[in-house]
Design a protein. Sequence first.
Length: 198
Amino acid sequence: MCISLVKYMTSGEITTLLKNHIPGDNDSLNAVYTALYSEIKAIAGHQLKSLNPGQTITPTVLANECYLKLAGLSELPPTDKRHFMRYLAKSMRRYLIDCLRQKHSAKRNVNRSYTGLSQFIGDDNIEFRLLDIDRLLDLIEEIDSQSAEILHYKLIFNFTYPEIAELMNLSERHVIRLWQQARALLLTLVNEQARDEH
């Protein structure tokens, strides 16, 4: 497929490529990555800004690291654009946390703050640790996958309500209600964790 045409693929065409991916043949992955590259780099940039791992990693490096990880898989886990982007964001977050673990001692890394939470929750007094956000998002995914999805879109992707509504094929009002529920669940888990630590 011509690269100039790949950049204009629809979500349906991207889904077809993901579903028909043959292990070891990365043509479909290359096409999907080319079509979504500007979105992937934007997510990488937001991840880097939120997690602040240092100046050695750029959005391009982070996007390419995730590509290499995907290219090495026997099959692509996500089956459509929405799940593919969530999978990439999670991979990026895990990669950055691994980099921070290597760069700092375990004690310093655990105390490194995640800046995105207080911005979206609206409480400047929340001190949040990198490893905590990773664990909590995984836990919320087990409890309520839709809440986890909303949290990913707001905390990781930095999407607006209209963007989330379009992605999830829901009304903006419904998305705001889901966000309020997801935020309440996250705050409940944060408070429980704080109680357990005292």
